[in-house]
Design a protein around this ligand. Sequence first.
Ligand SMILES: Nc1ncnc2c1ncn2[C@@H]1O[C@H](COP(=O)(O)OP(=O)(O)O)[C@@H](O)[C@H]1O
Ligand SMILES: [Mg+2]
Length: 488
Amino acid sequence: MPISPSDDSSNLKFLKSITPESSEAEVEHKIIVPLLQWLGYDSEDWRSQVSIGSSKLDFLIYPEEFKLHCPPFLVIEVKAPGKPINQNGWQINRYMRKVGAMLGLLTNGSSFQLLCRHQDRIVVIANYSVRELVENVKLFHHLLCKTTCLKVCNVILNNQQRINQKFLMRVAEAFGSQSIPALFEEQLELSPQPLQKQFNLVQRRSKSMIITVFNNKGGVGKTTLTINLAASLAQLGKRVLLIDIDAQANLSTGLGIDPLNDVELARKKDITHLLIDPRVKLEDVIYAKRWSRNDLQLDVIPSHIRLSRMENDLTQMVDSDRVLAKKLRNHDYDFVFIDPPPSFGKVNRISLMASNGILVPTQLSSYPIRALEYVLAQAQEIGAYKDDPLPILGVAISMYDQRSNSFNLSMLEKLKDILEKTAGGSQVNIFPEQTWIPRLNIVSQCPEKGYPIQEAEFDDHLSSQEREAAQKALERYDNLASHLVGSI
Ligand SMILES: Nc1ncnc2c1ncn2[C@@H]1O[C@H](COP(=O)(O)OP(=O)(O)O)[C@@H](O)[C@H]1O
Ligand SMILES: [Mg+2]
């Protein structure tokens, strides 16, 4: 007998159709399929077992008429009744982000977790047992039903059409009045290039940032933060280049690139060639690192231990401080991150001279915080030599201890005090708490494994607790990436 699409809980009898011994497939057929019918969806409105990279999400709810215009409405991830759902949050999180779904439902047939995408974050909005679901049946039905889905899609579609219309009107005006540069808010000489090309050029220029990640205190988590932040930005669709300019080559090895075997013996070039040889161009030294399961792509300029013996050679070069700046003049990246060594020397000057922003990672503890006075002084000194400004984009907190809240707060106060007292420090922002990176074992294991934290979910050797921790860290790196994008 067909189930009527009403929010009446008497139609929810199917929720009792499984036992703790039932399989995942039984939950899918006996609970999810009738649930979708109860919510008003036709069989054409959803697909099951949809491939996402090498894994498959269980249900994707995506009404046919809006497929071209709107993101999917709902992703459902199903577990067997014996499996606790709170250990599987990372998977639905990833699916929702990958497909851009607005809502998520994670269930094992007896527990139901509702999730919602808010900008780039996935937020848990409710956890229901079967009894609680029945008690909240109206709300549950109202949120997930096809009527709501169609309303939301219509709003998105209307907005989209309005934006398209406005854009086309402005293009028409611009062509009529020959004012294309004003349209893109940048002085651009009219050239015979097609509009598309000009547009890309302006877009890239206005967004592109070269950022030195800088702190002269070693071991504050600078390299780790750089790697994972870059990967989060890449997941947001940004083109990212990482430059390892530290002779220790931690960034290179942390991304699974062995400077000896993968670069030198493979007859490839590294940062030392780029700095020393005027004929070597940026593209000659880029190592394209790919993680296919995650569709993740980072371009890396690896380092080499011989960089530690090159201080003299570098100093003797013509206009030696600007050697990297010149090579980075025409690049095509949204973000370039430079990871210099902690001790302040020639390569730090070279990095800062090539940059148009500084990101300062610090731990919430005494010595790294005190080091900030020196960091700010160095930034100002180099900034004075540069034609363009060299702003400090913010202080990012790394490796904070989640268990000692009062200690963190007192360190935060101290950090604010130091910034307040230091020249130029009062304008420096401390990034908000949702971007702080906690100290987690799983984060420190990633360099050994040669991958960014984003890749941890595909590592079959990790326990479910480790995946949960990876998910937590990942959320913070994603927040940091969104915050950085929003603040520049
Ligand atoms: N969030 C974190 N949680 C736990 N360990 C971390 C975290 N960030 C970095 N580490 C570890 O701390 C050590 C120093 O980190 P690293 O990124 O190399 O710092 P730096 O570049 O400032 O010297 C490394 O062993 C790294 O694995
Ligand atoms: Mg480092």
